[in-house]
Design a protein around this ligand. Structure first.
Ligand SMILES: Cc1cc2nc3c(=O)[nH]c(=O)nc-3n(C[C@H](O)[C@H](O)[C@H](O)COP(=O)(O)OP(=O)(O)OC[C@H]3O[C@@H](n4cnc5c(N)ncnc54)[C@H](O)[C@@H]3O)c2cc1C
Ligand code: FES
Length: 258
């Protein structure tokens, strides 16, 4: 069930340059059903901006009723969010969207998880759940520079992790596809989240594999009512589209036209 709640800030830390890790507590956590779902955050109750910001759920602790989101403070809304302190509240709507299908990879199989920049966070909870199920996870994480890299150690604890930076300041220099080219190809599934050009490159590189892509489309309502997040499908008929907020944000590779 989607609920709106003033969630309590447990802690907020800057874990890389302009990258914040925010842990929130509330009963909304009990409603989260899949890794890759997101929340729609209203950053201010009293002033602009009124429009909520969509942010993926990076990890969940149902025992403590806590969830963590990781976001880049770049525009007005996310900068305001980064000023929230422990014990303050944040108005959150969620959980939203479908999330990644964990059931598509079976125990004993291997999954490759590919993330780019602020597309990396939802892969963390996904990897935790896949590992708990007995799936071997390989992570390929792409960032612009070393200064904005995060969670390398956390992913390393869950499986082999390859970091790639555009300027070569950490890990391999280049793009995620450069690392993917050298990976074992004997894996069952891939899951990916990141900017559109990266998703396109990943989909092309793994065209013969079963994959799931999460799209970070600009959104309005977040609940399927405004059409702000519409994307065309590959069916090429005039009215064939999906709403990323309510039909996605995760789609099987090949469904959305990119
Ligand atoms: C399903 C989903 C999950 C996301 N998960 C994360 C995450 O885990 N961490 C993270 O840092 N970012 C995530 N994003 C992107 C994040 O929503 C934007 O970076 C953020 O909304 C920008 O807000 P702002 O206040 O910084 O920028 P502003 O420039 O003030 O934003 C202006 C408007 O544009 C929208 N907007 C701007 N950039 C984006 C974008 N890239 N995607 C969607 N809307 C945008 C904002 O929501 C807002 O309505 C996600 C986006 C989607 C759709
Ligand atoms: S954001 Fe309104 S329909 Fe998707």
């Amino acid at each position: 069930m989607i609920i709106q709640e003033k969630m309590k800030v447990v802690r907020q830390t800057e874990i890389a340059e302009h990258i914040f890790e925010l842990t929130l507590a509330g009963k909304l956590v009990g409603e989260i059903s899949s890794p890759g779902q997101f929340v729609h955050v209203r950053v201010s109750e009293t002033q602009e901006p009124l429009l909520r910001r969509p942010i993926s759920i990076a990890s969940i602790d149902k025992t403590l009723s806590q969830m963590t989101i990781i976001y880049r403070a770049e525009g007005r809304g996310t900068k305001l969010l980064s000023s929230k302190l422990a014990e303050e509240t944040v108005n959150v709507l969620g959980p939203l969207g479908n999330g990644f299908p964990v059931k598509e990879t079976s125990e004993g199989e291997t999954a490759v998880l590919i993330g780019g920049g602020i597309g990396v966070p939802p892969l963390y909870e996904l990897s935790k759940q896949l590992k708990a199920k007995g799936v071997k996870c390989i992570h390929v994480l792409g960032f612009q520079t070393d200064a904005v890299c995060f969670y390398e150690e956390e992913f390393n604890r869950l499986g082999d992790t390859y970091v790639v930076t555009v300027d070569g300041s950490r890990g391999t220099q280049g793009f995620v596809t450069d690392v993917m080219a050298g990976l074992e190809t004997d894996f069952a599934t891939y899951y990916s989240c990141g900017p559109m050009p990266m998703l396109k490159a990943v989909q092309n590189a793994y065209s013969d594999k079963k994959g799931f892509l999460s799209f970070e489309q600009r959104m309005g309502c977040g609940i399927g009512a405004c059409f702000a997040c519409v994307c065309h499908t590959t069916n090429n008929t005039e009215h064939d589209y999906v709403k990323v907020c309510s039909d996605g944000p995760v789609f099987p590779a090949g469904v959305v036209s990119i």
